[in-house]
Design a protein around this ligand. Structure first.
Ligand code: AMP
Ligand code: FE
Ligand code: FE
Ligand code: ZN
Length: 282
């Protein structure tokens, strides 16, 4: 049994519906998946239902943007309770800022002489958690760029003229929030964040695991993070970070987390749940 614990759907910047993800997961022979859309758990109910039908295990997840020591970090929250009020409010806040950010990016594009409308982006995104990939797709669809790469390179990458920073919360406060809502926190693709020296500090702040297996991690990098996980007593996870259809074939199934790692993650979530039950005020 293999798991893919990092997947995006059309509820954020992926192109597949949750149904399509489950269909493909099954075809890839996966035994368990987590949906980890940016700043939303909206697709999780449907994904859970389809997984149950297909005989796959499902984990509710989300990818949240955090900041620590001036670095942007992506934190994967797993086993969170979508009904948790505090989490819902926080997610709602993140989404409101994402929507305002789209309007700001469009205003910057307009000032550069690109007559894109915010409505074009929202119509294409059709979700509460829009991001730069939606702006890029709208730029291509409206004929202002030839490719998504061009859109990022010319306008949307950090430092380019239509880039607008994202809302971030500091990492320890996200870790605490996720723990209060019943979940575990895993540092996503540390190889992309380039913040290795922060890992011990994050571990002390309650980080539960690191995503050692990721398509952007070379074999030596995987070894490096497996070593760090062991040293810091962190759980080990992995996922494809599939965003659906892009330039290459969809990534789902290209990272296959071994069952043992997945079972350890589940056991930790269960232990935390039991501990909270016996000490609800903590
Ligand atoms: P956002 O959360 O709005 O800042 O957008 C970040 C997302 O944009 C990432 O999760 C990727 O899916 C995508 N992305 C980031 N950089 C690029 C790039 N250079 N080309 C294509 N997609 C990118
Ligand atoms: Fe993304
Ligand atoms: Fe990420
Ligand atoms: Zn991701």
């Amino acid at each position: 049994m293999y798991a893919d614990l990092h997947l995006h759907s059309c509820y954020s910047d992926g192109t597949f519906t949750p149904e399509e993800i489950v269909r493909r997961a099954r075809r890839q022979g996966l035994g368990a998946i987590a949906l980890t859309d940016h700043d939303t758990v909206e697709g999780c109910a449907l994904a859970a239902e389809k997984c149950a039908e297909a005989g796959l295990e499902f984990v509710v997840g989300a990818e949240l943007t955090a900041e620590h020591a001036d670095r942007e970090l992506h934190l994967l929250a797993y086993f969170i309770d979508p009904a948790n009020q505090e989490l819902r409010e926080e997610i709602h806040q993140f989404q409101a800022v994402r929507q305002e950010r789209i309007a700001k990016m469009v205003a910057l594009l307009n000032a550069l002489g690109v007559p894109l409308r915010a409505g074009d982006v929202f119509a294409l995104a059709e979700c509460r958690s829009p991001g730069r990939p939606h702006v890029a797709r709208a730029l291509v669809r409206c004929g202002f760029c030839q490719t998504l790469d061009e859109a990022f390179e010319r306008y949307l990458k950090k430092g380019r003229p239509a880039w607008v920073p994202k809302a971030k919360r500091d990492a320890p406060s996200i870790i605490q929030l996720v723990h209060r809502s019943g979940g575990l926190v895993v540092l996503a693709h540390p190889g992309l964040s380039k913040a290795d020296e922060l890992i011990p500090e994050l571990a002390r702040a309650g980080l539960d695991g690191i995503e050692c297996f990721h398509p952007k991690h070379s074999a030596p990098l995987v070894q490096r993070y497996l070593g760090m996980a062991q040293q810091q007593q962190l759980l080990i996870t992995g996922g494809s970070d599939c965003h659906g259809l892009g330039k290459r074939r969809p990534l789902i199934g290209t990272v296959r987390l071994e069952r043992d790692y997945f079972e350890q993650l589940k056991a930790r979530a269960e232990r935390q749940k039991q501990a909270r039950k016996s000490a609800p005020a903590a």
